[in-house]
Design a binder for this molecule. Structure first.
Ligand code: B1M
Length: 213
């Protein structure tokens, strides 16, 4: 197997044996984020495909998630960091009912490395908890992540609840459950502030930079 194929296969197989030396070799050729968005994401997409076809069980997908998390944390120290002072405070959460957090945590890393202070509320965060944390932390924006189809609807509910609570800061939304169109036609009309869709973590950073500067 080529290096790139091996990197994908650690994720598909859900194994960490040999992962670190291969990541170190990859770092001599590619930027850390390109390794994540390239071979590692390709592996995760394959996991999603196999799972969808009932060729993997949840326990195996969890192992894949562990391998992905280990890879991201090994790459994290090599990512570019800006030396700038804090540009803003952003609160992140995976919405109620959804446990997927690899994407959200990647967004946290990218934003932190680029001058944002992040309050990460974790997974399965119900609107009440988000509102309470908002009042305590007073972030400049709220980022919501969701990967399940039902999470898209949960984002609509969350936006409604935030609006009822008088929250108006920009909301960034992302995750496989969403699309730009759904964000514009279904979530934004339910909220008083800006609602922006980020297709990936770098897009999330671009949007954050646009709304905070
Ligand atoms: Co689940 N899962 N899963 N899963 N899982 C999906 C999402 C699924 C598409 C797989 C499939 O069937 N093909 C499917 C959803 C189907 C649907 O609703 N249409 C699914 C399912 C069904 C389930 C369960 C219901 C399975 C079960 O129990 N029967 C269950 C749900 C539990 C729950 O949430 N209540 C479940 C559980 C799990 C595991 C726990 C085993 C594990 C998650 C572990 C973890 O996150 N800690 C898992 C995994 C790993 C996946 C897949 C394979 C990979 C997700 C991932 O981590 N991708 C996924 C299939 C797939 O996506 N191909 C799948 C890598 C990550 C870096 O990408 O999260 O997309 P992603 O994030 C990207 C962008 O989306 C974006 O930027 C990131 C980086 O570029 N982004 C944002 C994300 N959030 C953002 C927020 C932003 C901005 C950008 O601003 C705030």
């Amino acid at each position: 197997l080529t290096l790139e194929e091996r990197l994908s296969s650690y994720i598909v197989e859900g194994t960490k044996e040999g992962l670190v030396p291969d990541l170190d070799e990859a770092l001599t050729k590619y930027a850390p984020l390109d390794i994540i968005n390239g071979p590692l994401m390709a592996g995760m997409d394959e996991v999603g495909r196999l799972f969808n076809n009932n060729e993997l069980i949840v326990a195996e997908v969890l192992q894949s998630a562990e391998a992905m998390k280990a890879a991201v944390s090994h790459l994290e120290p090599y990512m570019e960091k800006s030396e700038s002072s804090v540009k803003g405070k952003i609160m992140l959460a995976t919405v109620k009912g959804d446990v997927h957090d690899i994407g959200k945590n990647l967004v946290e890393i990218i934003l932190t490395n680029n001058g944002y202070k992040i309050i990460n509320l974790g997974i399965k965060v119900p609107p009440d908890q988000l509102i309470e944390a908002y009042r305590k932390e007073k972030p400049d924006a709220i980022g919501l992540s969701g990967l399940l189809v039902k999470s898209a609807q949960q984002m609509v509910t969350t936006a409604q609840d935030l609006k009822s609570a008088g929250v108006e800061v920009p909301i960034l939304v992302g995750g496989a459950a969403l699309s730009r169109k759904f964000t514009k036609t279904r979530i934004a009309p339910e909220y008083d502030g800006l609602v922006l869709y980020a297709k990936d973590a770098m897009d999330g950073l671009d949007l954050a930079n646009r709304i905070m500067n």
